[in-house]
Design a protein around this ligand. Structure first.
Ligand SMILES: Cc1cc2nc3c(=O)[nH]c(=O)nc-3n(C[C@H](O)[C@H](O)[C@H](O)COP(=O)(O)OP(=O)(O)OC[C@H]3O[C@@H](n4cnc5c(N)ncnc54)[C@H](O)[C@@H]3O)c2cc1C
Length: 341
């Protein structure tokens, strides 16, 4: 019989992040499918009271918490001992956790301490009797693999955007608070504060509702036979500022930077979407000045609603790859939309 443990860390205000609430829905779903499995929740953070309340109605029989100022911050040395203690106390055989940057750093270390195994980027489960299988995308290879493992404990970090956020009614639950002692290791890493880039310096925003893709058309000669790079940069950044969208790019556009052409300073290969780029998840996507070729569009498979702006009525988007295509000049249209925003 499996013991399923859902792990999460509280945010600064004690709440659970969207990624954690989505992973909780995944854990509840897995518990429903795993006949006879015990179900526990483990939370770490400065103050986990709101997080416990948010998760309390999930049906878990046991709640474990490690809290206090030492656990408010993301730090490997303290997180790893807290999570190890929760895993050992709960006797977990399957551990589900959100793939947040804090957990991506520490969960592999917890798996190592417990002699377990870990799979990351998990996008789904299926259970047949006692046989648990997971799905994991290998995006570059354009494959979804189904995996199973005999080794336990088995740690699974869930990508966000797969499950809906958990919204169950709170319930009264007993919480077991664990006292965790750590040695001198902690003294080596002190968190003295955060330095974050300006909001407009970070163009990749995984939580944005909209993916805005720029293609190489922004750098091409326009109807006046001139290139308008400055105008293009201002139009794109103006739209991103107003809409809060995440910026994606076609390969051809980001490749220009490595070839010494005039390019956009705010773009790098990290923005590239597609077969040899990323496969972001957003509810909506808007492609601009991008032709919509298959190696690019394959990176849109997790975009809910697709729209494109292109001058060419025969572009790839118009051939069944987008829900709506605006046959228009993207410079004019994006400027107008930004104005309206
Ligand atoms: C193995 C392999 C892997 C690849 N992987 C990727 C990948 O991961 N991601 C990726 O993106 N590509 C990838 N490619 C490249 C891909 O096939 C295309 O070459 C690339 O996506 C084209 O980029 P683009 O659409 O920006 O440029 P173009 O094909 O040059 O299209 C520019 C578009 O802009 C439009 N346009 C111009 N001016 C305006 C305007 N004012 N208003 C509106 N529209 C305008 C034009 O009509 C045109 O359709 C890969 C190719 C190969 C062979």
């Amino acid at each position: 019989m499996e013991t399923l443990l859902f792990l999460a860390h509280a945010e600064d205000d004690g709440s659970l992040s969207r990624a954690a609430l989505e992973a909780l829905t995944g854990a509840v779903e897995l518990h429903r499918q795993l006949a006879d499995a015990a179900f526990a929740v483990g939370l770490i953070g400065g103050d986990v009271t709101p997080a416990v309340a948010a998760a309390s109605g999930c049906g878990a029989a046991a709640f474990y918490a490690v809290s206090g100022a030492d656990f408010a911050v993301s730090r490997y040395a303290s997180d790893v001992v807290a999570l190890e203690a929760i895993c050992r106390t709960s006797g977990a055989t399957v551990v589900v956790a959100p793939a947040t940057s804090r957990f991506n750093r520490v969960i592999p270390g917890v798996a190592q301490r417990l002699g377990g195994r870990i799979d990351t980027h998990v996008g789904g489960f299926s259970v047949n009797g006692a046989d648990l299988r997971i799905q994991r995308g290998y995006y570059r290879q354009r494959m979804i693999a189904t995996l199973t493992r005999a080794a336990r404990p088995w740690f699974l970090t869930l990508d966000s955007g797969v499950f809906p956020t958990w919204n169950g009614a709170p319930a009264q639950v007993p919480v077991t608070t664990l006292d965790v002692a750590f040695g001198d290791n902690l003294g080596r890493t002190r968190v003295v504060g955060y330095r974050t880039p300006l909001a407009n310096a970070q163009t990749i925003r995984p939580d944005a509702k909209l993916l805005f893709v720029a293609g190489v058309g922004w750098t091409k000669k326009q109807s006046d036979a001139q290139v308008h790079l400055d105008d293009a940069a201002k139009t794109i950044m103006g739209f991103l500022d107003k809409s809060g969208a995440s910026l994606g790019s076609s390969k051809s556009l980001v490749d220009q930077s490595s070839e010494g052409h005039n390019v956009f300073a705010f773009m790098s290969h990290l923005n590239q979407v597609g077969q040899t780029g990323s496969t972001p998840r957003h509810p909506k996507g808007l492609s601009t000045c991008c032709h919509g070729e298959e190696p690019h569009v394959v990176g849109w498979r997790f975009i809910g609603e697709r729209r494109a702006i292109n001058l060419d009525t025969n572009c790839g988007w118009a051939q069944g790859k987008a829900d709506v295509v605006y046959v228009a000049d993207a410079f004019e249209l994006v400027r107008k939309v930004t104005e309206l925003l």
